[in-house]
Design a protein around this ligand. Structure first.
Ligand SMILES: Cc1cc2nc3c(=O)[nH]c(=O)nc-3n(C[C@H](O)[C@H](O)[C@H](O)COP(=O)(O)OP(=O)(O)OC[C@H]3O[C@@H](n4cnc5c(N)ncnc54)[C@H](O)[C@@H]3O)c2cc1C
Length: 362
C-alpha cells in the first residue's frame, strides 16, 4: 500500500470508528485512552503497518507509522508524547533483543496491552549519561541490579523498562537490559511536573535479579543502544508532535481575536521550518537510512517552535495562562520541558558544533 492510499484508508476508518476521548482527561485517563487507541488501531491492522513481520507487523515503510501518528495527533485521539514512545522503544527492541523476545514483547506494546519506560537518566547523570552508576553484576545466569533512575516517563504505568546499567568502566562498561517492572526490588515513586501531572517517576533498584537473556545486545553494548535509540526520539515522534502543534496553532487562531499577524506568522514559520526539516528525516528513514547526530538539528528546531507557539498563545490570550486552569496553561508549562527531555538544547548545540560542524571540543 502506498502512502497516500494508506492515509486515505486510515482517514476513512477513523471517520467510521470514533475513538475521540472525553474532554480534559487526567493523566491516568490519558494512559487508558492511549491503550484503547492502540488496541483499536492494532486490531484493525493500522498499528501493524511499517513494522517488520518478525514482530507481527504487516511491513511497508516506516513512514506509514508517521502518517498514522499524524492522524492520531491531528484528531487529538491520544496525547502525542506518550503515543510516540512506541517509536523510541520498539525499534530498539527489534535491533537489540533476542529475536524471540522481540517477537513476544513488541506486539504487547503496539496493541496497547502494555506500556514500557526508558530508564536512562539518574540523579547524577542526565546530560552526562555515560557517567551513569546503576550497577549490574553477573551472578551465574543472572545479573543483579542496584541503583536509581529518575525522570522515567510512565514508569508507574509500565510493565517493562529498557534500562541502562554500569557493568564496567567508561562507555564500553554500559550494558542495557529489558527488565520486567514487577520484579522484586523495584520501587517506583511518581514525580509531579510543574504542569501538575505525575508523568514521570524515580525508580529504585535493590538487588533486582534479571536473567541474562534479557540483555539487549552484548555486555558493553549499552552506549550503542542509547546512541541508536536517541535519534528515534527525534524522527517519527517529531512528525506526530509537529502535526499536533499545527492543530494547536489552528486553535489559537480560532480562539484569539488578535490581529497580531507578525507573531502568528513567526510561530507558523517556526513550525513550518521544523516540518520541512522533519520531512527530510522521514525520507531518509523511508530510504533505509540510519539516523545520527544530524537529528539534533530537528530537536533544536522543534523545541524552539514549540516554545514559540505557546509564547504566542500567552501573548494573544492575555491572562488566560496566568489566571485560569486551561489546557493552554498546561501546554505552555509543558512546552518548557521541550528544551530538556531527550537531551537539552545546550547539549544538542554542542553535538551540532562538534559532530556536524567540526568546531572542536566544548
Ligand atoms: C518531561 C521529561 C521527560 C523525561 N523522560 C525521561 C525518560 O523517560 N527517561 C529518562 O531516562 N530520562 C527522561 N528525562 C530526563 C532527561 O533526559 C534529562 O532531564 C536531560 O537529559 C537533562 O539531564 P538533567 O536533567 O540531569 O540535567 P543536567 O544534565 O544536570 O543539566 C543541567 C543544565 O546544565 C546544562 N549542561 C549540562 N552539561 C552541559 C554541557 N556539557 N555544556 C553546556 N550545558 C550543559 C544543561 O543543558 C542544563 O541546562 C525526561 C525529562 C523531562 C523533562
Amino acid at each position: 500500500m502506498n502512502v497516500s492510499e494508506f492515509r486515505s484508508r486510515v482517514r476513512t476508518w477513523l471517520d467510521e470508528n470514533d475513538l475521540t476521548p472525553a474532554p480534559r482527561l487526567t493523566f491516568d485517563e490519558q494512559v487508558v485512552q492511549l491503550g484503547r487507541v492502540r488496541r483499536a488501531l492494532y486490531d484493525a491492522g493500522w498499528m501493524r503497518y511499517g513494522w517488520p513481520a518478525e514482530i507481527g507487523g504487516l511491513g511497508g515503510p516506516a513512514v506509514l507509522r508517521a502518517v498514522l501518528g499524524e492522524e492520531v495527533a491531528t484528531r487529538e485521539l491520544a496525547e502525542p508524547g506518550i503515543y510516540s514512545m512506541v517509536e523510541v522503544l520498539a525499534p530498539t527492541m527489534i535491533s537489540y533483543a533476542r529475536p524471540e523476545l522481540a517477537a513476544e514483547m513488541v506486539p504487547r506494546l503496539l496493541n496497547g496491552e502494555e506500556q514500557w519506560c526508558q530508564g536512562f537518566s539518574e540523579p547524577g547523570s542526565g546530560s552526562d549519561l555515560a557517567s551513569l552508576s546503576t550497577r549490574a553484576v553477573q551472578r551465574g545466569d543472572d545479573w543483579v541490579i542496584n541503583g536509581q533512575k529518575v525522570w522515567t516517563s510512565l514508569a508507574q504505568f509500565a510493565s517493562r523498562c529498557v534500562l541502562l546499567t554500569r557493568t564496567g568502566p567508561g562507555h564500553k562498561g554500559i550494558t542495557a537490559f529489558f527488565v520486567d517492572m514487577d520484579t522484586p526490588g523495584i520501587t517506583v515513586r511518581p514525580l509531579r511536573t510543574m504542569h501538575g501531572v505525575d508523568e514521570f517517576a524515580e525508580v529504585y533498584f535493590d538487588d533486582v535479579v534479571v536473567p541474562a537473556d534479557r540483555m539487549l545486545g552484548q555486555p558493553g553494548d549499552g552506549w550503542r543502544v542509547a546512541m541508536d535509540l536517541l535519534p528515534h526520539e527525534r524522527s517519527t515522534c517529531f512528525w506526530h508532535r509537529i502535526a499536533y502543534l499545527f492543530t494547536k496553532l489552528d486553535q489559537l487562531l480560532a480562539e484569539s481575536d488578535s490581529t497580531a499577524d507578525d507573531e502568528i506568522g513567526a510561530a507558523y514559520l517556526a513550525l513550518h521550518t521544523v516540518r520541512c526539516r522533519s520531512y527530510g528525516t522521514q525520507q531518509r528513514l523511508a530510504d533505509g537510512g540510519v539516523l545520527g547526530p544530524e537529528t539534533s538539528i530537528d530537536k533544536v528546531l522543534l523545541a524552539t517552535a514549540e516554545q514559540q507557539l505557546f509564547d504566542t498563545a500567552r501573548d494573544l490570550l492575555p491572562g488566560v495562562l496566568e489566571l485560569s486552569d486551561t489546557e493552554w496553561r498546561t501546554e505552555f508549562l509543558y512546552s518548557r520541558a521541550a528544551t530538556i527531555y531527550g537531551g537539552t538544547a545546550e547539549i544538542q548545540r554542542n553535538i551540532i558544533a562538534r559532530r556536524l560542524l567540526d568546531l572542536g571540543a566544548e
